[in-house]
Write a protein that binds this ligand. Structure first.
Ligand code: B12
Ligand code: SF4
Length: 494
């Protein structure tokens, strides 16, 4: 059966474009089961999805199923895409993080465009689902775990959200189906600069046993499941030798949970000669599962940059509010060891968690200055459903959002308040801005790094043209386009 797996255009997330790896996994299992699959990622496509649907119809081979993935801020875009699918008479199914947390919402009376939703990892479910449709059966009659649907006026929500235990049993994601030349570099320092970049991502494990209160835990799951080193190496070899990757991003929640395994992976990358392609940990390094040897091995294995979730400089906040399961000394050590091994470092910091005060935010700024990573990413706390923070705000505060889109970490406004008498959302914004100024602008070393960066000069013509339009005027008065500044690229931290 012909299936399109799609990721909607993100109206809230435009500067970084990474492959939607979950769809790669689903495409792989469907392909293995004999189905004809296309991946349509609206964020990198030149044509609207209708172009492909029209073409398939004209060839007499229409697509029958449209599967759409969505994180919370993209769910409205996913609904819009499902409406297009229905116009073409397709069966629509939505899955991914938002549907794992809120499987029933998209099946409500406002969403006739959605036929099914899926909760959790879908490699097993999607094959059963598409097989059923191909055989003219009703998927709802088959008891597929994770599948949700309407029963008359009611909604059936599957009680199970099965997590796949043996990840080695899965085929590798269908990396070859991604239009890889269209994606940006993974390196925030050079995003979009290399027109010939072939930036793939890889997942060496799934799940995380930690319980950070800003993290959507139903999505990550509490049980860590690691692929064998051999299995990971085989996929890595495919990316390097056959698909000519120029850069690889490890996107696990926590790839270094088991230190000996992480070290073995590095040793094998060296032994197999796969250390020629630079790689980065997109978010998944946890400071309290590191030692100096790990960073040296990573460097030898081709790693270029490591990112760490620091979150807050106040030990009380870290322990009692964020529940990060790490200490500030462990943070200091990880940065020290990574730098000593010659790796670039990146720190993720969150401003405005519940109970945050001026003092705790000042400690966060001080810690960022002390650690001095190559890149500091200061984020405003955003309460996504499925997080402990969301639950707390529901009972003790108020979320400022009229649509799910408003939750995206992309602009400079507070997303919630807490009625505890101390929490001040405006102060949070002020301290957050101050953090960027003090880290990037008020230090001569930083300013020098900026102007000596290739990107600064490459973007100079655009920056000057925009400045001229803004200050002198043009036919159409437009505000200055913010050049996608790597330092502001929001990313979830691990
Ligand atoms: C890598 C990553 C990114 C990357 C790349 C995203 C991408 N293009 O895929 C970047 C840095 C760009 C990113 C950005 C954001 N991310 Co992110 N990201 C991740 C991370 C760490 C891994 C994603 C991954 O590859 N998972 C592995 C694959 C196998 O899983 P999967 O994609 O979920 O797919 C499986 C199932 O969900 C299901 N499924 C998925 N799609 C579909 C579709 C159908 C039809 C079906 C049936 C099933 C199905 O089957 C798949 C296979 O098992 C996750 C954490 C996590 N553990 O998932 C956070 C996570 C998804 N991100 C999160 C967030 C908040 C964001 C941002 C919204 C942050 C922001 N800017 O505000 C943006 C949104 C960007 C976007 N376009 O979606 C949250 C989502 C929370 C939520 N409620 O939605 C997560 C869960 C982090 C967390 N723990 O809180 N992210
Ligand atoms: S933020 Fe990272 S370390 Fe914390 S629970 Fe989520 S995946 Fe685990």
């Amino acid at each position: 059966m012909r299936v399109i797996l799609a990721s909607p255009e993100s109206k809230v997330w435009s500067s970084r474009k990474h492959i939607p790896l979950g769809l790669g996994y689903l495409a792989a299992v469907l392909r293995e089961a004999g189905h004809d699959v296309m991946i349509y990622d609206a964020s990198i496509e030149d044509y609207p999805i209708e172009t492909y649907l029209d073409q398939a119809e004209a060839e007499g081979k229409p697509y029958k199923v449209l599967g759409i993935t969505a994180a919370t801020p993209l769910i409205e875009d996913a609904w819009d895409m499902a409406k297009i699918g229905k116009k073409y008479g397709m069966t629509t199914i939505l899955g991914g993080p938002h549907l794992t947390i809120m499987p029933a919402e998209s099946l409500g009376p406002d969403h006739p465009e959605v036929d099914y939703t899926f909760k959790g990892e879908a490699e097993e479910g999607i094959v059963a689902f598409v097989d059923a449709l191909e055989q003219g059966k009703r998927p709802e009659d088959l008891g597929i775990p994770g599948l949700n649907f309407r029963v008359g006026d009611d909604i059936y929500v599957s009680p199970e959200s099965p997590m796949i235990q043996d990840l080695d049993a899965l085929p590798f994601p269908a990396h070859d189906l991604f239009k890889i030349d269209k994606y940006t570099n993974l390196q925030p320092l050079t995003d979009g600069l290399d027109p010939h970049a072939r930036s793939f991502t890889i997942l060496t494990s799934r799940g995380c046993p930690y319980q950070c209160t800003f993290c959507s835990k139903p999505v990550t799951g509490n049980t860590w499941r690691g692929r064998s080193v051999e299995n990971v190496i085989a996929e890595w070899r495919w990316l390097v030798k056959d698909l000519h990757a120029t850069e690889i991003g490890v996107t696990d929640d926590i790839w270094n949970l088991k230190l000996p395994r992480a070290k073995n992976l590095c040793r094998e990358l060296v032994r197999e000669g796969l250390n020629t392609v630079p790689w980065v940990t997109v978010h998944g390094m946890k400071v309290n599962h590191t030692d100096p040897e790990l960073f040296h091995l990573m460097k030898a294995a081709g790693a270029k940059r490591v990112g760490f979730g620091v979150e807050n400089g106040d030990p009380w906040m870290l322990k009692n509010v964020i529940r990060k399961g790490q200490t500030i000394d462990q943070v200091r050590n990880a940065f020290k060891w990574a730098k000593a091994a010659g790796l670039q470092t990146m720190g993720f910091f969150i401003f405005g968690m519940p109970r945050e005060t001026e003092e705790s935010m000042e400690k966060t700024i001080q810690l960022a200055l002390e650690l001095d990573p190559d890149l500091a990413n200061f984020m405003l706390a955003a309460p996504f459903p499925g997080t402990a923070m969301w639950d707390l705000i529901q009972s003790e505060g108020h979320v400022f959002a009229s649509t799910w889109r408003d939750l995206a970490i992309h602009d400079e406004k507070p997303r919630f308040t807490i009625y505890d008498g101390d929490y001040d959302p405006d102060l949070v914004i002020r301290k957050w801005r101050e953090a960027y100024r003090r880290f990037y602008l008020y230090r001569p070393k930083r300013v020098w790094e900026k102007v000596s960066n290739k990107r600064f000069w490459l973007e100079l013509p655009t920056t000057l043209a925009t400045a001229k339009r803004f200050f002198i005027g043009d036919k159409v008065q437009t505000p200055p386009a913010t050049a996608p500044d790597a330092s502001h690229s929001p990313q979830p931290a691990s």
